[in-house]
Design a protein around this ligand. Structure first.
Ligand SMILES: Cc1cc2nc3c(=O)[nH]c(=O)nc-3n(C[C@H](O)[C@H](O)[C@H](O)COP(=O)(O)O)c2cc1C
Length: 189
């Protein structure tokens, strides 16, 4: 069966470095038969400013965010695919705020029983991948660590494609070495 890949892309820039990396990645993955869906977090219509810690998701049986907006079905899809990819430019040594608007609402994909000390999640067994670029060669490792820990905590495998020295938005457009790397990352995933 074809592998299902959901890419949540967090750059607000159309045609920028994140867009290019995601396009190349998706091309590589599709060439191997994967079904790839790309969601742009910066252009969804939100009913709240990220996770508002209402914890209503912890009181229902379903793994679902109770906020009814365009992010809700994206979160539901995360529980259904084989591979979740998050793509972001490095913003002050972290991910973009636009990506965090969706990412923090992954809270709804876990059920915690703090008394029993247990956690359950449908994310277990999936692959979690990070695609990130930065102007400089400082800080992508810091960003990567938070994603790697999240994957480990959730029982997901972790993979990353980090592109330092990527310049400003769109600067990697004619960089064939980076393009080849991104395509290969998609093929291998
Ligand atoms: C708000 C903001 C913060 C940034 N912070 C960093 C940073 O901390 N380190 C860095 O190397 N580049 C930083 N950059 C540069 C971007 O990470 C880099 O140009 C990236 O490749 C842009 O991707 P995009 O075209 O998809 O937006 C920042 C850019 C912006 C707009």
């Amino acid at each position: 069966m074809a592998k299902k890949i959901l890419v949540i892309s967090g750059s607000p820039v159309k045609g920028g470095n994140t867009d290019l990396l995601v396009k190349w990645f998706a091309g590589g993955a599709r060439s191997k038969g994967a079904k790839v869906e790309i969601v742009r977090a910066a252009f969804l219509k939100y009913g709240a400013n990220g996770c508002i810690s209402c914890r209503a998701c912890q009181k229902i049986a379903k793994y679902e965010c109770v906020i009814n907006d365009e992010a809700k079905p994206v979160l539901a899809k995360m529980a259904q695919v084989d591979v979740i990819v998050m793509a972001t430019p490095l913003y002050f040594y972290s991910s973009s705020a636009q990506l965090k608007l969706v990412m923090d609402r992954m809270f709804s994909l876990y059920k915690w029983d703090n008394k029993a000390g247990t956690m359950a999640t449908p994310l277990k067994g999936k692959t979690f991948a990070l695609i990130a670029s930065a102007f400089e060669d400082v800080g992508l490792d810091t960003l990567e660590k938070s994603f790697a820990i999240t994957a480990d905590y959730s029982g997901m495998k972790f993979k990353s494609l980090l592109v330092p020295n990527a310049g400003e938005s769109g600067d990697i457009k004619n960089n064939s070495a980076i393009r080849r790397k991104a395509i290969a990352f998609g093929r291998n995933l």
